[in-house]
Design a binder for this molecule. Structure first.
Ligand code: HEC
Length: 145
């Protein structure tokens, strides 16, 4: 190898490394933004079903109700498990989760209507605006490379 081709290899691999490092930084920023601004909202309205660290209400111990709730929770977590936030997802998986969240928030689908009858956990207009804003910011962070 001549020194020129060595130099080319060096420049190429360091720019690759930089691109990977940059991606990592923007994903870390995304995670911080989630923890600071959105996690508290989701803890109030979503975690009972979408996280494994949920605090279930006393009536979860009643027979039949327990079965119905457990089934609901298992379904919810199959679609979206936020136990560890988004830390275990890759950027493209996060983008997909964001699409689903945007869809449910815009169409007022979550938390499910039946659940809102018995829990005061509906998202307020302010919550929804904060989530939309977070999704927009996150999309630009995650597409940086
Ligand atoms: C009472 C339990 C419950 C709560 C609370 C709840 N969800 Fe869900 N969620 C479900 C269930 C069950 C499903 C899967 C079946 C369905 O789509 O209805 C689901 C599915 C989803 C999906 C996937 C939709 C799809 O099309 O694949 C998203 C995204 C979601 N929920 C977001 C949220 C958000 C955001 C919150 C809080 C604002 C929330 N959920 C609160 C039960 C819940």
């Amino acid at each position: 190898m001549t020194w020129k081709s060595l130099l080319i290899v060096f420049i190429f691999s360091s720019s690759q490394a930089m691109a990977i490092a940059k991606k990592q930084i923007s994903q870390n920023e995304f995670n911080q933004l989630y923890e600071a601004e959105i996690k508290p909202l989701f803890a109030k309205s979503c975690f009972e079903c979408h996280s494994q660290n949920n605090e279930l209400p006393w009536f979860h111990n009643l027979p039949v109700i327990k079965e119905i709730m457990d089934e609901h929770i298992a379904q919810a977590q199959k679609h979206l498990d936020l136990t560890h936030g988004f830390k275990n997802y890759k950027a493209d998986q996060i983008q997909f989760k964001l699409d689903l969240i945007a869809h449910t928030v815009r169409n007022d689908l979550m938390p499910p209507k039946s659940y809102r009858l018995t829990h005061r956990v509906a998202l307020t207009e302010q919550d929804k605006a904060a989530i939309e804003n977070w999704i927009a910011k996150s999309r630009s962070l995650l597409t940086l490379n």
